[in-house]
Each structure stands twice: as structure tokens, then as C-alpha cells.
Design a protein around this ligand. Sequence first.
Ligand SMILES: [Zn+2]
Ligand SMILES: [Zn+2]
Length: 292
Amino acid sequence: MAKHSLKPRSAYARRCIVLTTKHAKSIAIASPLFDKLKASVLEYVVDTDQLGTFSGEVERSGNALECARKKCEWSLDQLGDNVKYALASEGSFGPHPFIPFLSCDHEILYFIDRKHDFHLHLSHVSEKTNYRKESIDSMEGLLKFAKAAQFPSHALILRPNDRETKTFIFKGVNSQQELEESFEECMKQAANGRIWVETDMRAQFNPSRMAVIKELAENFADRLASHCPACETPGWGKVRAESGMPCKWCKSETKIINHEIFGCAKCSYKETHKPAHGLRYADPENCEFCNP
Ligand SMILES: [Zn+2]
Ligand SMILES: [Zn+2]
């Protein structure tokens, strides 16, 4: 059975998908959607900071997924019935879920299709990020931080004291002169003699993040190019994986993925597929009986 039901022609060919953003993300998103779907992406520039900022001046209300959905709905409501497709991206940064000492970038793309009447979101976790933050008391320390953060191709944010400082803040710092000046200004304001520095994670100031968003946009475009075998709605693809592959020696269930469930973005039709690696049995080293 075919994993993907690829139609010769995309449902989004010559259609316009509105991308709600303040951070020029079409740089990463437009080309995969054009190459794979022949869709054009139009940026709808709104002050998405109202929905929360990375640097913490405005706390994000709700989780990243809700935020991305709100951005899509915002555009659709503002632009009226002429627009049927909306896309938004949202990122969060922090320790890797499985490798705590490693930072990671968790990106979400949320899509609403009002013509075919469905919502679809995909996410991507990547360790390709410069995300870091530190309390610093010297220019020497700041330069060391800047080097590790891939400055100046990646911008920094500086403020006096600690992360709680909301009003005195330098963002998008991406030149040596700006770095030195903002350091001096922050030091003048710093009651505790320290400044807080962090990576600026806004996409247009962070090429690593832009690249991760692009990887996700590639997957997303593939997904929208795939149609449900039952109802023909775009967005067909893997919705979850189930573990339980039998051990090669004792045949008991392991935590290795045994099959993948494919589903539709709209109807309840599902298919079960063998995982792409094609193995039937798990290596006994993954078995809690053979290798406790
Ligand atoms: Zn076993
Ligand atoms: Zn369907």
C-alpha cells in the first residue's frame, strides 16, 4: 500500500498562503512551499509581540501551539473571506528533552485551511541552535559569550542586572561597536555590577533558527502535498509511532518503534505502516529481558 497518495497537482498551486509574522520568516518558508506546492507565501506583518516575546517583556499567554494558532486566526479574521489559508510559526528554546546539557530549538508550524476546513500543525526539535544566556560582569566575559553564540552573524540581547529588567534593554545587537556601547550603558545601570546577556532568537537575527524553520517548512510542504486516500484532503501523513517491536531473541516487546500510524488532517481514516527502516525484529540490546 502506498504511504503517500501524491496527486499530480497541488491543492495550493497558484494559491496564496498568508504568513503572520513580524520577523521576516518567509525567507525560510516561502521557497519550500513554492518548490513543492507551487503556492505563494504573503507575509502579513503584525505586531506578533503582543502575543509574547522571547526576551520576556511581554509574557506569552498560553503555550507555543496556542500562540501559533492565534496568529493564524488573527490574519484570517483581519483579512476577511478572500484569504483561505494561514500559516504561523512559533519557536521555543531550552534544554533538549532527552539530553539535558544540550540546548535545542523546538519549532512549530501551524496551518489553517478554511477551504478544505482543517487545521494542521507539525513540529521539529533541532539541536542546531546557539541558544544561551548568562550573567556577566566583564567585557572579557561578554566577548567569550559572544564568540560561543556565533556573534556577530547571530545577534545578542543585553540588559543591566538580570533577566527581570524589562525596560532598559538592547536587542538585535550585531556589531562590535554596538556590543561595546550597550555593555557600557548596561554597566552604568547595573546596581549589582552585572549584566544579563542572551542570544536574540528572533528569526531575522538568528540564521541558525531560520535554517531550522526551513527544515520544518520542507516537511510541512511534503505533508500538504500528500492527500488522504479516503477523502482527498491535503495533509495526509504520519501522526504517531507505536513502540513494541519484538526482540530478535526472545520475541518480547521492546521500546523500539514497531509501526507508524498515518492519518488524515480532517477525517478519521487511518493506516498502519511498517517503519521506514524496514526491520522486523529489534536488536536484543534494546530488550529488557535479554539486556536488563
Ligand atoms: Zn529479548
Ligand atoms: Zn481524510
